[in-house]
Ligand binder design. Structure first.
Ligand code: PEP
Ligand code: MG
Length: 574
């Protein structure tokens, strides 16, 4: 038996034979063409076919969740990229290259350029450019997508990295889980696996490619391990863990629509982080009591131009309507940092995470901000919408943002458009300065939502996208947890409620601590909701207060997690 360790990317256990997913290499022969116009036309036809294929995939995967569809929509947009197309056209026209060679050359250069960028989001797009290029090349060459067809029995899929197109072609009823050489917790494979509810381990290194096809393996997506040729004892142990987990998930899902109340009667809200209307539906089905974080930037990222007010209004209204009376917290645009909008052509920054990001950008460019605020106010008429500003550092920023919001409301009223009398306004507390000044900020808002993803990176001075400092950027560090405690204390002192929408809210080991600190609302990935509610119901508020008190006195993130594990061993299983 061999144990290969990787990064846990999607929880659960899979047991079965390995299926090595290897794509056939496309061989491209450069040729001189006599009629460049005809060659360009041949490419146009192939691109059109590729677009049709991508839109068909989009339609068929829509029910699998938000990011899943967004990936293919973004790929379809790449087929229209004017920069890329102009360069290919020049390679055909001026160098007289055949369409295959011209596209392969230009797209590869483009992908290589993206792969060297600092920005993680753009770096990840390199894989998409290659995926789209290969799709068009296969059409031009008349090559079929063979690897997926060779999958006949339920298997654990092992691959270097899986592109979205690879996963779309796989028969999901035959996929037990994924294990990839490359990728991190936010790679496509990880996102897709979570969307499909299948276990996944990513970043497991090249040795996984040496495991022969058909070898029996155990894939442990919770611990991040691949065990090859397990002995009987290990197999038995994992089989019983697997069925216990399946039974537990089933029970947790059955009770996912009930409220989250501790054994001693303390109720908290469990809501979802979403990006669009498909995500809203998935969240509602998963038991979400509302939306704690609507990341509106997806609407801006999936395209090549700014969405106008009307388009945003329609999108927000559709989401608000899914939730009826339940709250939907719309976070205004959080662009900058690792999320760039190339079509805005903003100046490059040396430290984008410390730069003109989120509300700073919106306050600097009110023309970007106003249509979103107007759209949000209009959509608020359709349900229970609240507005939240991200990356607030000072009281002045909140006042300014609220003043612009009020101007937008007055404008809409003057235009005779319906707007609600009142919309709750909150801020994300994700900058240490805001956490420290929470008493002053609380006076300005109706609620806080703590963004521990950013609060950890800024508190620990450790880039959240840099794997080499990932151990430092942990939200379990007492330095971060003490800030969380202080924020909750300051808000409660003024009768304001506090949510948390960083990844920490859905972490089984963090839930007892956050409950004990008095957090009012837990906002998380919809797939984490059933388990989170189950954990909350299994605890007493009384015991979590003591767990939290001790945790905050410990010296490290590891010590905090170990402490919770020893106090409530059951939560470590999830
Ligand atoms: C956070 O920072 O914790 C957060 C929820 O926002 P995002 O991950 O979108 O930056
Ligand atoms: Mg953030």
């Amino acid at each position: 038996m061999r144990t290969i360790c990787g990064i846990p990317a999607s929880p659960g256990i899979a047991i079965g034979p390995v299926f090595q997913y290897q794509r056939s290499q496309l061989s491209i022969e450069p040729r001189r063409v006599e009629d460049p116009d005809a060659e360009w036309h041949r490419l146009q036809v192939a691109i059109e076919k590729a677009r049709e294929q991508l839109l068909a995939i989009c339609a068929s995967v829509k029910e699998s969740g938000q990011e899943y569809t967004a990936i293919f929509q973004a790929q379809a947009l790449m087929l229209e990229d004017p920069e890329l197309l102009t360069a290919v056209r020049m390679a055909i026209g001026e160098q007289r290259l055949n369409a295959e060679a011209a596209l392969a050359k230009v797209a590869e250069q483009y992908a290589e350029m993206l792969a060297t960028l600092e920005d993680e989001y753009l770096r990840a797009r390199a894989a998409d450019v290659r995926d789209v290029k290969d799709r068009v090349l296969r059409i031009l060459l008349g090559v079929e997508d063979a690897p997926a067809r060779a999958l006949h029995i339920p298997s654990v899929i092992v691959a270097r990295d899986l592109t979205p197109s690879d996963t779309a072609l796989l028969d999901k009823s035959l996929v037990l889980g994924f294990c990839t050489v490359e990728g991190g917790p936010t790679s496509h494979t990880a996102i897709l696996a979570r969307g499909l509810g299948l276990p996944a381990v990513v970043g497991a290194g090249p040795q996984v490619l040496d495991v022969p096809n058909g070898t029996t393996v155990i894939l442990d997506g919770t611990q991040g391990m691949l065990l090859t040729e397990p002995d009987r004892e290990t197999l038995e142990a994992y089989r019983s863990r697997q069925s216990a987990y399946a039974a537990f998930l089933c029970t947790a899902k059955e009770a996912a629509h009930l409220p989250a109340i501790t054994r001693d009667g303390h109720r908290v809200e469990v809501v979802a982080n979403i990006g669009n209307v498909e995500g809203a539906r998935t969240a509602l089905e998963a038991g979400a009591e509302g939306v704690g974080l609507l990341r509106t930037e997806f609407l801006y990222l999936e395209r090549d131009h700014l969405p106008d007010e009307e388009e945003q209004y329609q999108a927000y209204r559709a989401i608000v309507e899914v939730f009826g009376d339940r709250p939907v917290i719309l976070r205004t645009l959080d662009i900058g940092g690792d999320k760039d909008l190339p079509y805005l052509s903003l100046p490059r920054e040396l430290n984008p995470f410390l730069g003109l990001r989120a509300v700073r950008l919106c306050l600097a460019y009110p023309d970007l901000f106003r249509p979103q605020l107007r759209a949000a106010l209009r959509a608020a008429v359709a349900g229970n919408l609240k507005i939240m500003f991200p990356m607030i550092a000072t009281v002045g920023e909140v006042r300014l943002a609220k003043a612009i919001l009020e101007e937008c409301r007055a404008e809409l009223q003057a235009e005779g458009k319906p707007v609600p009398d009142r919309v709750d306004v909150g801020i994300m507390v994700e900058i240490p300065a805001a956490a420290v000044m929470a008493d002053h900020l609380a006076a300005e808002v109706d609620f806080f939502s703590i963004g521990t993803n950013d609060l950890s990176q800024y508190t620990m001075a450790a880039d959240r996208t840099n794997a080499s400092v990932a151990h430092l950027a942990s939200a379990f560090h007492p330095a971060v947890l003490r800030l969380v405690r202080d924020v909750i204390y300051a808000a409660h002192a003024q009768g304001k409620w506090v949510g948390l929408c960083g990844e920490l809210a859905g972490e089984p080991l963090a839930i007892p601590i956050l409950l004990g600190l008095g957090l009012d609302e837990f906002s998380m990935n919809p797939s984490a909701i059933p388990v989170a509610k189950h954990i909350i119901r299994s605890l007493t508020w009384e015991e979590t207060r003591e767990i939290a008190r001790v945790a905050l006195e410990l010296e490290s993130a590891d010590a905090v997690q170990e402490w919770v594990r020893t106090q409530i061993p059951e939560v470590a299983k999830f």
